[in-house]
Design a binder for this molecule. Structure first.
Ligand code: GLN
Length: 309
């Protein structure tokens, strides 16, 4: 097996030289300022080592990657009852699409499209004021990463709140079907803030370890969720984690993964590693362009694809 450190270093070096970098998201004004020349990669391996290269300690906006952690929390709150509020099928549509919602009575296709994540946030809010729910989400991520310095970027949260008309529309539409139980403003405020959590690749790779190791943090040996739940979250990441680019990601990379419009991807190589990559430029499906290419190379070189060598 090739040396992980060397593979990670080589990939980061190759990615920093490429000039096909995709386009940074501009619909959230604060994200439009991010330099697309950056690239970071961190791989937290099963033996407790972590291989990092490039801008792996630069915090970036995790955006929809936060939906993996909110899904984990909501399953803890509601268990399988969650699946009455949101489905488990790929949508085949863009992350912020509204078209299916009317046909399917306001029940979103899966927890990773925006509509589904709003339903998940609504479940976490049940019985809590938004500030407490947000505190719970942040505490969970800090605990998973074993890092209390992880924080919310208030500029990004405000920027999205000021321009998130489509999410406002989605939430109101779902509310009209009775799918959201809390006030729309509470759901949106909590959602915008958890999307605005800033993390580096190193922190994100550490936070994802429980998904690579049957729900356990291999460092502390602490069980965060059951093996069955970890397996199922991975299945959803594989089938829905890249929206209408999920098939292409499975075909090329072969790992469960969740992307965000900040250009990050959290990928899971079961039993091997938790991987975080960040390259701010996106492809037309809103997924990191170089992030996907880097993961494709890493999975091939390490023979980590879940579909075989
Ligand atoms: N906060 C972003 C939004 O709601 C998240 C989208 C994403 O990362 N794909 O539009």
């Amino acid at each position: 097996m090739p040396q992980l450190d060397a593979v990670v270093r080589d990939i980061a070096e190759e990615m920093s030289r490429r000039d096909d970098r995709g386009e940074v998201a501009t619909y959230i004004p604060q994200l439009a300022h991010v330099d697309p020349g950056q690239f970071g990669l961190a791989v937290a391996a099963a033996d407790g080592s972590i291989a990092c290269a490039g801008h792996s300690d630069t915090p970036f906006s995790i955006q929809s990657i936060s939906k993996v952690f909110t899904l984990t929390l909501a399953l803890g709150v509601a268990g399988d009852q969650l699946w009455k509020r949101v489905g488990r099928e790929p949508s085949g549509n863009a992350f912020n699409s509204i078209v299916q919602l009317e046909l399917e009575q306001g029940v979103p296709r899966n927890p990773f499209i925006n509509a589904g994540a709003l339903a998940v946030t609504d479940v976490i809010l049940s019985g809590h004021p938004p500030r407490e729910a947000l505190g719970e989400i942040l505490r969970f991520i800090r605990f998973a990463a074993q890092d209390d310095s992880i924080h919310i970027d208030e500029h990004v949260a405000r920027s999205e709140k000021a321009t998130g008309f489509r999410n406002v529309a989605l939430a109101n539409f779902m509310k009209s079907f009775g799918v959201l139980q809390n006030p729309v403003d509470y759901v949106l405020g909590t959602y915008f803030h958890h999307c605005a959590i800033a993390m580096s690749c190193r922190q994100l790779a550490l936070a994802g370890r429980f998904l690579a190791h049957s729900g356990r943090n291999p460092d502390t040996n602490c069980s965060m969720i059951s093996p069955e739940r970890a397996r199922r979250i991975n299945a959803l990441m594989l089938t829905c984690g890249h929206y209408d680019g999920s098939g292409e990601f499975a075909y090329r990379v072969g790992l469960p993964g969740k992307s965000g419009v900040g250009g990050g991807i959290l990928a899971v190589a079961p039993s091997h590693a938790s991987i975080a990559v960040w390259a701010p430029g996106l492809d037309p499906t809103g997924n990191s362009h170089l992030g996907r290419i880097a993961l494709e190379k890493l999975a091939r070189k390490m023979k980590w694809s879940i579909f075989g060598e």
